[in-house]
Design a protein around this ligand. Structure first.
Ligand code: AMP
Length: 287
């Protein structure tokens, strides 16, 4: 595995690979890898000849009071984990290289960014789409792999790619969970032991909702109220949103059907966690 920092070196590498007729799969990340990231890398390895993983903690997608300065980092460990997952290039651009002082362009996807995390984190998705657009142009991948864990992000990226006619196939990977069901996240590192136990209520709420739906309950308001009670019963866990939305349009749904996604965001102590699931009767709990 090769580690590349300069943007120009990354673009030159891609140009040579493409000239040889080979394909590239990109996995954009912010580092501090866990098994979820590694699963995306392995999927990328199945899709294309070459796998590029970008590692960039993108300041543009963090709000002023969010956790940019304390976002967990461990480059040596990340490099080892990427190498183990058959990654060809670990691309680690610098902040200055990505955003020159006169950087003045933003990519904004309207509509589907007005809800869920977009509503709670103004400017967040604009930061995400801007950095992903830059990565697409620098690396020129044929495939890009994103996790279903960030369900709205995946929808926003798909929309951007369609709207801007990028010839890139967006591939989704299901949510990877800890043994007890907690969705893996770099931010889980912030949790104390007690918070870690409390955080499980998100997965429990998802499982409960899926069971209710499988039993024939399809009233979204009812199920949302029930899982609000489950989560609110845990002290120190504060709900940001509980939503049932159409998986394509992200608009709120009154009646749950096979197109529905249940999406949750909550703060456990000071750590903001998200989780979601498809409300398909035969899908695995949590995915
Ligand atoms: P991050 O480094 O948190 O920005 O995540 C990089 C990519 O990994 C994104 O596409 C995430 O959706 C994905 N990802 C993070 N955690 C998980 C998980 N538990 N399961 C599946 N994908 C994940």
């Amino acid at each position: 595995m090769q580690i590349i920092h300069p943007l120009a070196d990354m673009t030159n590498w891609s140009r040579e690979v493409i000239a040889k007729g080979e394909t590239i799969a990109l996995v954009p990340t912010m580092g501090y890898f866990h098994e979820g990231h590694m699963s995306l890398m392995r999927l990328a390895d199945q899709l294309a000849d070459q796998v590029v993983v970008s590692l960039f903690v993108n300041a543009l997608q963090f709000g002023p009071s969010e956790d940019l300065s304390r976002y967990p980092r461990n480059l040596d460990r990340d490099a080892m984990m990427a190498e183990k997952s058959n990654v060809d290039i670990l691309f680690i651009p610098t902040d200055d290289d990505m955003y020159s002082p006169d950087f003045n362009t933003r990519i904004r996807v309207d509509g589907i960014t007005d809800t869920l995390c977009g509503k709670q984190r103004p400017g967040h998705f604009e930061g995400v789409t801007t950095v992903v657009a830059k990565l697409f142009n620098i690396i020129k991948p044929h495939y890009a792999v994103f996790g279903q864990k960030d369900f709205q992000q995946l929808s926003v990226i798909r929309k951007m790619v369609r709207d801007l006619n990028w010839d890139i196939t967006i591939v989704a990977h299901p949510i990877v969970r800890e043994e007890d069901g907690l969705a893996m996240s770099s931010r889980n590192a912030y949790l104390t032991g007690e918070e870690r136990r409390k955080a499980l209520c998100l997965f429990k709420a998802i499982q409960y909702a899926k069971t209710r739906f499988a039993d024939g309950v399809n009233d979204a308001s009812l199920i949302k109220a029930e899982i609000r009670d489950i989560i609110s019963a845990i002290s120190g866990v504060n709900i940001d949103y509980i939503a049932v939305v159409d998986k394509n349009t992200l608009s709120d749904q009154e009646m749950i059907d096979s197109q529905s996604v249940l999406a949750l965001a909550a703060r456990v102590g000071t750590t903001r966690l998200i989780d979601n699931c498809f409300m398909e009767k035969d899908s695995e709990a949590g995915n």
